[in-house]
Ligand binder design. Sequence first.
Ligand code: ADP
Ligand code: MG
Length: 310
Amino acid sequence: MEHVGKEMEKVIRKNKWNDRFQLLVSEVLGHPQVQEFIEEHKDIMTEEVIEKSYAKLYEFVQERKKYESGDSSMLAPGYEPKLFLNYRSIDVTYVPTKELLARQKEAAIRQRVRAVDIPKDVREAKLSEFHLTAERMEAIEEASSFITAFKSQPKKFQKGLYLQGSFGVGKTYLLGAIANELAQYGFRTTLIHFPTFAVEMKQSIGDNSTGEKLDEVKKSPILMIDDIGADSMTPWVRDDILGVILQYRMQEQLPTFFSSNFDMHQLEHEHLRQSQRGDDEPLKAKRIMERIRYLSKEIKMVGINRRNQE
Ligand code: ADP
Ligand code: MG
């Protein structure tokens, strides 16, 4: 902001009262908002004050022009130039515009949802835009009552939801919408696509970052585990990754959501019991399932496959 002033001073010093300067002065003083400002403060507006403020008034007029035409070469894009009285001279201040504030607020809200390997439409999901059908009623009601209860008592343990339903009914979308709604109230959610997360955990062994990555997920204030059961798990992923996450969340009473194509019974008997090697491990499956049951409430979502609808 300085350079405009300096330029103007140079002009004043070198070409005192020449034509070009006269032209600038008349443009600046003829600007409606400058006139309005001088009029508003006419009791202290001596010629001396106005003369002393030429550089600032010039800056104001130039920046105002850019602001009004949406010129991005503005000194402070997103800020509206305004005049104010700075002791006994006129100065320019840059006030954040409503649009900028709204954008900043939106960005802060978005940052509260950490969506890992989740498609863009889900990252932008909104509960208010959730297409309601009779079949979705229960899921929506449960989601709303979770949000209401959690908002009023975030420290009190609330069971999350275990959304069960076939491919494309909108489970992931609903999780995203809940996360975005909670973000509006300042709560942080991590939403992970479990099969991808499992692969990343395996890869993280290579650079020794498993513990750190696991910690980040397990400690998230709200955690959503999407698509559990979609890929077969190794015993390591089941017991040392999933098991550890769930154990921690139970101990710390942290809200945890799930989505799966399997219902809870199927998940236990058709998925968790069978390890990739073909072993049957009913006890290990039962332990995991007990934790999932403790943490969440099973909700069936039925409906058409929406993937080809939108
Ligand atoms: P699922 O996780 O159950 O397989 P998705 O949540 O991925 O299903 O939803 C399938 C598709 O339908 C996605 O493209 C999603 O954006 C869209 N979708 C699902 N539910 C809604 C909804 N209520 N309103 C708008 N679009 C939706
Ligand atoms: Mg899904």
